[in-house]
Design a protein around this ligand. Structure first.
Ligand SMILES: [Cu+2]
Length: 360
């Protein structure tokens, strides 16, 4: 039964039965040019094989500074969003690889930034080499499945939908093809920001960070290639917790940086699929927290830890006053031991009136 339940054919059948009338086209679709930007050899073998050399892997980590600028004061307009679903083998941790399912080759997927009133057209193309159907459910969408009913897309096919951005806020999007939890755990998530008219206030730096869970057949820290463990997924017992897709993504590869006195904004999303996040910046205090990603409610001020449910988000802002090395964590702190940690490196002059270490 387990084999049947988790087989691709079972879920393909279920989806097609559920979504009769939403069939995808089967015309071959060329890969977007962005694919070639990786300039990496294909990875062969995805299960029970020695892990490839780390240097030959696709880099799935999203740079947290990779996000568009604010919409500013522009009027509402039409916006095109191109999503390309792609299954790749990437580095999960040093010496450990994993088969990720992605939007546009990175985890999280692209940060989509629109303003209220925009007419947004979403194009979803599924890589011809995909093993699965994929789709997208955007929490900013008013419509069936958040767009998922219109975008169940076969490998090599394209689908899409158009929606009106009605509500300012920071929203999660994710693949919603059964088994949905597996598609999310494998990396198929991102965020869409709907800015209010006039845009967000100006800040010095903005970062895009998402928390995810990875369920592996071998224990945390095992070397070699890791397969998804459906047993662990169903039991809601993640083996890894990651920011932006991989262990060390935001410590060694892309640490967050800033200077004393700068205003820093983090767009933070929790992909889950199962666990809430207790977001905390060690040694810092969030000046403003837009709870649950709501931009229509006033922010909380002076917040230590922010609770963010799976499928939820928060926009947090802070101004570091003291230079040093800080950490962004989930205050369910044991998750640090499972890979969940981001560095925030703040430079600038010492501030002894605020903080002064001493020894006897
Ligand atoms: Cu998917």
């Amino acid at each position: 039964m387990r084999h049947i339940l988790f087989s691709r054919e079972f879920w393909l059948g279920a989806v097609l039965a559920l979504l009769a009338g939403c069939s995808a086209t089967t015309a071959a679709v060329p890969r977007p040019s962005s694919k070639t930007a990786y300039n990496l050899p294909p990875i062969s073998g995805t299960t029970a094989t020695p892990h490839p050399k780390a240097g030959s892997l696709v880099d799935i980590v999203r740079d947290p500074s990779d996000l568009p600028p604010s919409v500013g004061t522009r009027p509402a307009r039409r916006v095109e969003v191109n999503l390309y679903t792609e299954e790749v083998t990437g580095r999960l941790a040093d010496g450990t690889t994993y088969d990720y399912w992605t939007f546009n080759g990175k985890v999280p997927g692209p940060f989509v930034r629109v303003r209220v009133g925009d007419e947004v057209t979403v194009h979803l193309t599924n890589d011809p080499a995909s093993s699965m159907m994929h789709s997208v459910d955007m929490h900013a969408v008013l419509g069936p499945g958040g767009g998922a009913s219109a975008t169940q897309t076969n490998p090599g096919a394209s689908t899409g939908f158009t929606f009106r951005a009605t509500t300012p806020g920071l929203f999660v999007y994710h693949c919603a093809t059964p088994m949905i939890a597996a598609h999310i755990a494998n990396g198929m998530y991102g965020m869409i920001l709907v800015e209010p008219a006039g845009g967000l206030s100006k800040v010095s730096r903005e970062y895009y960070v998402m928390q995810g869970e990875i369920y592996t057949s071998k224990p945390y820290g095992s070397s070699g290639h890791q397969d998804l463990s459906y047993a662990h997924l169903m039991a809601e017992t993640p083996d890894y917790f990651v920011f932006n897709g991989a262990v060390g993504a935001l410590t060694h590869k892309y640490p967050l940086t800033g200077k004393v006195g700068e205003r820093i904004r983090i767009f933070f999303g929790n992909a889950g699929p199962n666990k809430p996040s207790s977001l905390h910046a060690v040694g810092l205090i969030f000046d403003k927290v837009y709870v649950d990603g709501s931009l229509e409610s006033p922010p909380l001020r002076g917040v230590q830890t922010v609770l963010i449910p799976p499928g939820g988000a928060a926009m947090v802002e802070f101004t570091p006053r003291v230079p040093g090395k800080y950490m962004l964590v989930d205050h369910a702190i044991v998750r640090v031991e499972r890979g969940l940690r981001a560095a925030i490196n703040i430079s600038g002059p010492k501030q002894p009136e605020l903080f002064a270490p001493w020894t006897k």
